[in-house]
Design a binder for this molecule. Sequence first.
Ligand SMILES: Nc1ncnc2c1ncn2[C@@H]1O[C@H](COP(=O)(O)OP(=O)(O)O)[C@@H](O)[C@H]1O
Ligand SMILES: [Mg+2]
Length: 228
Amino acid sequence: MAIRGSVETSLAELAARVRRRADGHSGRFLLGIAGPPGAGKSTLARGIRDELNLAAGASIAEVAPMDGFHLTNAQLRAAGFLDRKGEPDTFDIDGYVARLRTVRETEPGTPVSWPTYDREIHEPVPGGIVFDRQSIVVTEGNYLLLDDRAHPAWAAVRPLLDETWYLDVPRPIIEQRLLRRHIRGGRTLEAARTKVAHSDLRNAALVESTRTRADLVLRKAGRRYRID
Ligand SMILES: Nc1ncnc2c1ncn2[C@@H]1O[C@H](COP(=O)(O)OP(=O)(O)O)[C@@H](O)[C@H]1O
Ligand SMILES: [Mg+2]
């Protein structure tokens, strides 16, 4: 009989699961964490990295944020996309796919740089991270599981990942977190509300449609995570 319901797990147990899979894998292991904006992907990715490194007593894992591939504000302005920043076509998708492939195919020990995104200057920062001896890559972002006709280039991401998780969070929580993030980033309350309503929640709906493609769906349950 099929077992229904969900299983509770901790960050340490999730990291141990990644370690087991990575150990049985030849070459670098790529874990992808997808989910809507504000779900806590970056936080979860850093948590998994830190648990992996702590348990190993060495730097075996590092985070590779999709956000590092935001187009620059100058590029967005030139294309007339600045007010749509964060939508699927406001990223350098080909650059992201190419760098995932490079980090996947490069032997640990040979440095590969990775861009980050700075939430104070609102711009990508080239070379913010460097992969060196790490054998586990945790890449995280909204559109890792996107596979539709409107955004065909994103479909190249999933085949490069060894495992994918989807982090699910109720809409009202996401809205609160995004409002706070935008205000912290310098917007007025009114401007933050507009950005959430007109941009973030539309992106969130698109991302939610990709949940069924994940290997694992996670929800936060207090200090633990529930696997659905
Ligand atoms: N598990 C959590 N519980 C409470 N707050 C969280 C949790 N994960 C993330 N947050 C908060 O929510 C906000 C968004 O988290 P972040 O990891 O940046 O999300 P994402 O990368 O999915 O956009 C941050 O302010 C973060 O501190
Ligand atoms: Mg993030």
